[in-house]
Design a protein around this ligand. Structure first.
Ligand code: 5GP
Ligand code: MN
Length: 335
């Protein structure tokens, strides 16, 4: 993988470009994809953003989101666009299998593939150009860096500002994680000086749910949460029946993993959601517990040191048992 700067001199040439990101895109994934799209359109590219799957309502407000293609829902059309792509940007993931049913298609493409991502252990062999920097708060911060670094700061408009800010807020936990370094606050100051209405973005991200989701959270915290004080660990396991009863949609479970972190002394929070196609794990840690390593070792996943995810094809009770065994194996790191 050659440095991403290699594409800077070519950015202002018309290209047929596809931008994609990981399945179930969150604010950072969708924000980065749309911010880059708004830049490249201004530079003369023909751009399509393709998401591997559907996405949550709390990213659907982002400028340009209505034109994003959902690969699962629109496969034939998306395949045709991918076949004609000259450039493919891969944002906020670092191994092609994070695109689920798009994986095989992306592997077959012969176009130039460009990675922009902040997760650990990238599959650099899969990309022609790129940048992988786990010290960055978010892929949105990296898109901002790309815009500044390539000399196009004058192209930062309202749409780009809103998309970038949303991703930075999402991935820094509203500026609370250690990744919210001075450069992140300078980025915000720059966007604010360009007219960004930041309160509007917080409302769109966090005050944009239905009543049932709040009732669901209450139920889950009361009835589905177990605290293992000996291991400083909290486990939440959500059976499919809860998702059906509370009519839970994509994105409604986002953020649930953060609640148990408010319990004093907790080092690891794990949550598993019994989705149709798989059991989806999320992990969050404080201190020196490495969620990325844990997710990779036990749950076919990965991510960051303090926030990672994984999956299992096992039934819920089986994958929960596996977690409990893994927790016990990691007792010394959890104390
Ligand atoms: P979340 O728990 O919010 O879904 O994800 C936390 C972090 O881990 C995110 O940066 C996300 O991209 C990453 N992540 C989530 N699930 C997976 C997975 O199955 N594999 C890998 N490699 N990363 C994941
Ligand atoms: Mn991200």
């Amino acid at each position: 993988m050659k440095p991403v700067e290699g594409i800077f001199p070519l950015l202002n040439r018309n290209r047929t470009t596809v931008i994609t990101t990981h399945q179930k895109p969150d604010a950072d994934a969708m924000g980065a994809s749309l911010a880059l799209r708004h830049l490249l359109v201004q530079l003369g590219h023909t751009v399509t953003v393709i998401s591997p799957t559907n996405w949550a309502l709390w990213v659907d407000w982002m400028p340009g989101c209505k034109e994003v293609l959902n690969y699962e829902a629109d496969k034939a059309k998306a395949d045709k666009i991918l076949d004609n792509a000259e450039w493919l940007f891969c944002l906020d993931f670092n191994a092609l299998n994070r695109t689920k049913t798009m994986t095989d298609k992306l592997k077959q493409l012969h176009c130039i593939k460009i990675l922009i991502d902040h997760h650990k252990e990238p599959d650099t062999g899969a990309f022609d150009y790129g940048i992988s920097d786990p010290s960055k708060s978010s892929t949105c911060e990296m898109i901002y860096d790309l815009i500044i670094g390539s000399g196009y700061s004058d192209k930062i408009n309202k749409e780009i500002s809103e998309c970038i800010y949303a991703g930075v807020v999402g991935d820094t936990g509203s500026f609370r994680f250690p990744s919210a370094q001075p450069a992140v606050h300078r980025l915000v100051a720059d966007l604010k000086s360009k007219g960004l209405d930041h309160s509007k973005i917080h409302e769109a991200l966090y005050d944009n749910f239905l009543e049932n989701r709040l009732r669901f959270i209450g139920h889950v915290l009361l009835n589905r949460m177990e605290v293992f004080y000996e291991y400083n660990t909290v486990l939440i396991s959500v059976p499919k029946s809860d998702l059906l009863y509370y009519e839970i949609k994509t994105g409604d479970t986002e953020g649930l993993v953060n609640f148990p972190q408010s319990i004093r002394g907790i080092k690891l929070v794990a949550i598993v959601i019994d989705r149709d196609e798989e059991r989806k794990w999320s992990f969050r840690s404080k201190g020196d517990f490495d969620c990325n390593a844990f997710a990779r070792k036990y749950f076919e996943g990965g991510g960051h040191f303090a926030a990672a995810g994984g999956r299992s094809s096992d039934p819920l009770d089986v994958t929960v048992k596996k977690f409990l065994k893994a927790m016990k194996e990691n007792k010394s790191q959890l104390q």
